[in-house]
Every structure is written in C-alpha cells, then in structure tokens.
Design a protein around this ligand. Structure first.
Ligand SMILES: Cc1ncc(COP(=O)(O)O)c(C=O)c1O
Length: 380
C-alpha cells in the first residue's frame, strides 16, 4: 500500500467512541467550518436586519469560490440546498412531451427516480429504466444506455457516481451519445465534488452535486450547473423576489427567508481540504480502502465486487445476509451494528445483492476497517 498521511480526526468533532465509516451519506463538517457557521448565525441573531442586508454580497463571494472549486463558469452555477433540488429544477426545465420517455438506469438514486416518476406522471410520459450490470465497463455502460435512447427520449438522467453501487459513470461519452439526437442530459453528481476533478466539465445540459458530502461543507449546500442554452429558463423551486432576475445564479440565491449561513460558510471546508492536500490524500484513501474492503470481505467470507471504476473513497463489500433481504432487515442490521459495535455503516442493495458501502475520509485509518472486520461476524 502507498504511504498514508496520518488520519486527522482532530479536524472534525466526530464522537471518538464511534467508528464513522459512512461519510458518503451525510458528510461530516470540520470543526473550523462549524465555527465559521456558528459565528455567522450569531451575527444573524445579533442584528437580523443588518445580516439580511449583507447576504447578497456574501453569497456572491461564496458562489464564486464554489464555482472556481468545480472549475465551472460562475454565470452557469447556482446554489441549491441539495442534489435532490438540483435534479428537480432540471427536470422542471426540460420539455417532456406526452408519450415521451425519461431514461434512467437501475443505479439511479431512489429519490431521483421518484422525481422522474413525478414529472412523467405530470406530462403523461414514461420512465424507462436501463439495466446496467454492476461489473460493466465503460463500453458496456455506454452501449446499454445508448440502446435505450430513441427519438421519443425527452431526457437522460444519469449518475456520475452512483449511490447504491459507488460506481463512476462515463459522463462525457454519454453526453456525446445523446448529442446527435439533441437529448438533454441531467447528471446526478451528488457524490462528485471533491471525488472527481472538474466534475461539471463534461458538457451535460445540467449537472448537480453536493458540497455537503465529500467537500464536508455544512449541510444543505449543493450546486446546479446549467449549460448556456438552458440558463434563461431554469428556475428555482421556490418562487421569490428574484423571479425576474435575468441572471441564473442570482435568481437561485434568493429563496425567501432562509438560512443562508451554510452557503456562506461552505468555502471554509474547501480550505480544510486544501490544507489536507486533498487530491493526494484522496489517492491514499482509495488504496487504504481497497485494503480495508478486502479485510472485511475476508472476515465475512464474501467478496468485494469488481466495480470497474469505483468511486475513489467508497467501496462495496458483499454481505452474506443469511436472513431476509428486506429494507427492514437491512435497517435492523445497521442498528445492531450501531448499538453493539458502535460503528456507523450503510447498506445498499443492487439486483438481489446486499452490500456494505464503506467510505473513507481524512479522519479514517486502516485500523477502522480492521476493527469492523474483527467484530462484524459476531452481529451477522
Ligand atoms: C447519487 C445520489 N443522488 C442524489 C442524492 C440526494 O442527495 P441530497 O440528499 O443531498 O439531495 C444522493 C444522496 O445520497 C445520492 O447519493
């Protein structure tokens, strides 16, 4: 294994008596960012009028920093509370004719599929789910999805890094596959910021991603990147005073009376990542996690599925699950792991298989995965 920099749990405020192996679901905010956030909220309540007068300028400064981090054009970058909001705003923008098809894959995040279903119902359209096998290489992904596209496809909604399978999708190639028929592409990049460089740079019509996952920004901080041709018609989900602002970012800034402090504090976490030399550390975490996942799979007598392009800091380990494979059984298992092992993990399901989806962030070390490997068999 490559040399690994010492873990830095000191930069977070995570309970040290708990093993935190699921950064991927809700992130975790570093101490410094929490302090900035707390100071902003204190300022709000010291003088709400002065705070709200200052918000517009501070949001602009924050947005510019976040857009620069993504290496994207700030004129096409809007703040949204989460990737769910980003996908919903994008689906509300693309034309969906009666009888047309909204195409997704079987890796799509459940709530994103619900969003597609809602828009399909509203427009008398149909949701088509493309089956992409777990161990697919990029050629297979592109050919499976391309085969489902036709003249009646209204939009392709595709993960950049899937939640259930922690797999990186070849977005640029999919955008190219959609271009000849003018099929708009919405990229669900919820996990992409800080895991992929320039994640919004593949030419999709819409891209959304969370800063509250891997960049560790305060929760309810996400971005929506909109291609130039859609910018004038893309509207925030909440109608507020900037309804008639011609500029996309400013239109999305104004969400009525709202807690803007997380959006303003978000760049502080980017500075923490910079100090952690994040791109190098991300590589180290990736090889550490390869080993950690193997150790856990060995202890369980299972395997690490052969995901061709795994997310840098997430891995799946197959669970034997001798019992029922229902969501309730999975939830009960997570609660047992939390109570009995004081470890926080998440489970995902794909086809008929159940996986532990392990995460690694700068506060984790290989010992964390070894600890889980030793104890997990006792709660199966
Ligand atoms: C692939 C994917 N899409 C969308 C989401 C939704 O993100 P949020 O809860 O921030 O809206 C998630 C959350 O985990 C996700 O993993």
């Amino acid at each position: 294994m490559t040399d690994i920099s010492p873990p830095r749990p000191d930069l977070w405020t995570l309970d040290p008596s708990v093993l935190h192996l699921n950064h991927g679901s809700y992130g975790a905010v570093p101490r410094r960012t929490q302090e900035v956030l707390a100071a902003l909220r204190a300022e709000t309540d010291a003088n709400p009028m002065a705070w709200f007068r200052s918000v517009a300028d501070r949001l602009t400064a924050s947005r510019l920093e976040l857009a620069a981090y993504l290496e994207t054009d700030p004129a096409g970058f809007a703040l949204v509370p989460n990737a769910s909001a980003g996908v919903t705003a994008a689906l509300a923008t693309v034309p969906i004719a009666p009888g047309s098809r909204i195409v997704l894959t079987n890796h799509a995040y459940g709530a994103v599929k619900f969003a597609a279903e809602r828009f399909a119902r509203q427009h008398q359209a149909e949701v088509v789910v493309v089956d992409v096998p777990l161990e697919s290489d990029d050629d297979t992904v592109v050919s499976r999805i391309s085969a489902a596209l036709n003249g009646s496809t209204a939009v392709l909604v595709v993960d950049q890094i899937s939640s259930a399978t922690a797999m990186v999708f070849p977005i640029r190639r999919l955008v190219e596959a959609c271009a000849p028929d003018g099929i708009p592409v919405i990229v669900d990049g919820a996990h992409a910021p800080a895991l992929l460089d320039a994640p919004a740079g593949d030419g999709a019509d819409f891209w959304t991603g969370n800063f509250h996952k891997w960049p560790s920004s305060p929760r309810a901080t996400a971005g929506l990147v909109v291609a130039e041709k859609w910018r004038s018609e893309t509207m925030p989900l909440i109608v507020s005073w900037s309804e008639y602002d011609e500029r996309l970012p400013e239109r999305f800034d104004m969400q009525g009376t709202f807690d803007y402090a997380p959006w303003i504090a978000a760049p502080e976490s980017l500075r923490v990542l910079k100090e952690l030399d994040w791109p190098r550390r991300r590589m180290q975490l990736s090889s550490m996690l390869d080993e950690g996942a193997r150790v856990i799979a060995k202890a369980l007598g299972t395997s690490v599925p052969d995901v061709v392009n795994p997310a840098p800091t997430m891995r799946l380990v197959e669970l034997p699950f001798p019992g029922e494979r229902t969501p309730d059984a999975g939830e009960a298992f997570k609660i047992r792991v939390s109570r009995e092992l004081k470890a926080e993990i998440t489970l995902t399901g794909f086809d008929t298989r159940i996986f532990i989806r392990l995460s690694a962030h700068a506060y984790n070390s290989l010992d964390d995965y070894k600890f889980l490997a030793e104890r997990l068999p006792s709660v199966l």
